[in-house]
Design a protein around this ligand. Structure first.
Ligand code: ADP
Ligand code: MG
Length: 330
């Protein structure tokens, strides 16, 4: 029991029970039942959000509901898997309508957008903690993996990077930006867009993929390690990647270029896709991006020599001592 007025089962029934569209059986029995199509593999991933660590207690619950599912859908996207269903394990300090109603609204709106059924979970009293496990499907052998990058492949990133970090720094009080820039950056931090359509379109096109949760360099580093290769990244391709600053170019004057590079390369919480593809597939990559209505930017290439090298437009090395996530590749 969570509350004298609303017990655990009332709460589940009121907020988290809906007819399953894709699952064979949803909420209400001891297990849910999923039936992936013939020849399909199940893709499964969990992400936990803990108050104080992944979000502030003051965040709008509707946006938190969105983000909790978005970060999980992003993992499916990175594997080229189509969302099927998810479970929700929730620890709540109290059964509070004013929190639960908007949380469920934000969560289920994104779920509906992706046709992803809420099929079960667990609900208990405790410090606020949200753990989602998401299930997707992908044709056998077609999942995009971290291990497929080959020397000579191009490296791409989807959408924009650095906005979430920019908003975080404003919240931390280390950065001051115009209100409109903050508004855009904050939307990216609080309501990231999982690149599911792009992940699907990149099946059979990309040679490897990962989603950017910890920062471009760190996450690309996982691809390099899993694939046993290195990469050279042209930092001049990345400096335009902060969306909040693409409109108001005037506002950008005065935004320190080192800081900008730091946010783009090591910011984190972006939930974009970093992926590689053979040079011969450039047109196919553009077609996938157009089909998914998601811009992609080519930022470098994979090399046989291990490690990650940053260069400017002329090919001269760029020093990035100040980038935290770069230490791994020294
Ligand atoms: P059990 O005791 O068998 O683990 P519970 O009593 O915890 O089952 O939950 C009853 C049903 O409600 C189960 O189908 C479970 O998956 C579902 N459920 C519990 N919490 C949630 C939640 N937060 N969201 C969606 N479904 C939930
Ligand atoms: Mg239970």
């Amino acid at each position: 029991m969570l509350d004298a007025d609303m017990g655990e089962f009332d709460l589940i029934e009121r907020y988290f029970t809906r007819p399953a569209a894709r699952a064979a059986l949803g909420v209400g029995d001891d297990c849910a039942l999923l039936e992936p199509g013939p020849g399909m593999q199940l893709a499964v991933s969990s992400d936990m959000l803990v108050e104080g660590r992944h979000f502030l207690s003051t965040v709008d619950p509707c946006k938190l509901g969105h983000k909790a599912l978005a970060v999980n859908l992003s993992d499916l996207a990175a594997c080229g898997a189509a969302p099927l269903a998810f479970t929700l394990a929730l620890a709540l300090p109290r059964a509070d309508d004013a929190w639960l109603a908007p949380f469920a609204r934000g969560l289920l709106a994104l779920a509906d957008q992706h046709g992803c059924d809420l099929i079960g979970g667990d609900t208990t009293q405790g410090p606020l903690n949200i753990c989602i496990t998401v299930f997707g499907e992908v044709p056998r052998g077609q999942a995009l993996l971290r291990s497929g990058a080959q020397a000579g492949d191009d490296v791409y990133v989807s959408g924009t990077l650095g906005d979430a970090r920019l908003a975080l720094e404003v919240f931390r009080g280390t950065l001051d930006v115009p209100a409109e820039v903050f508004r855009q950056a904050r939307a990216r931090l609080e309501q990231p867009t999982p690149r599911v359509a792009l992940g699907l379109a990149l099946r059979g096109v990309a040679s490897s993929a990962i989603d950017v949760s910890d920062g471009l360099l760190g996450d690309l580093g996982h691809i390099l390690k899993a694939s046993g290769v290195g990469a050279v990244i042209d930092t001049s391709m990345t400096t335009n990647l902060i969306a909040a600053y693409q409109g108001p170019t005037k506002a950008k004057a005065g935004f320190d270029s080192d800081k900008q590079l730091d946010y783009v390369l090591a910011g984190g919480d972006d939930y974009e896709l970093v992926f590689t593809a053979q040079v011969a597939r450039r047109q196919a990559v553009q077609a996938a991006a157009a089909h998914a209505q998601t811009p992609v930017t080519r930022i470098g290439s994979i090399e046989a020599q291990p490690g990650l090298r940053l260069v400017d437009a002329q090919g001269a090395p760029v020093s990035v001592q100040h980038l935290r996530s770069f230490d791994h590749f020294a």
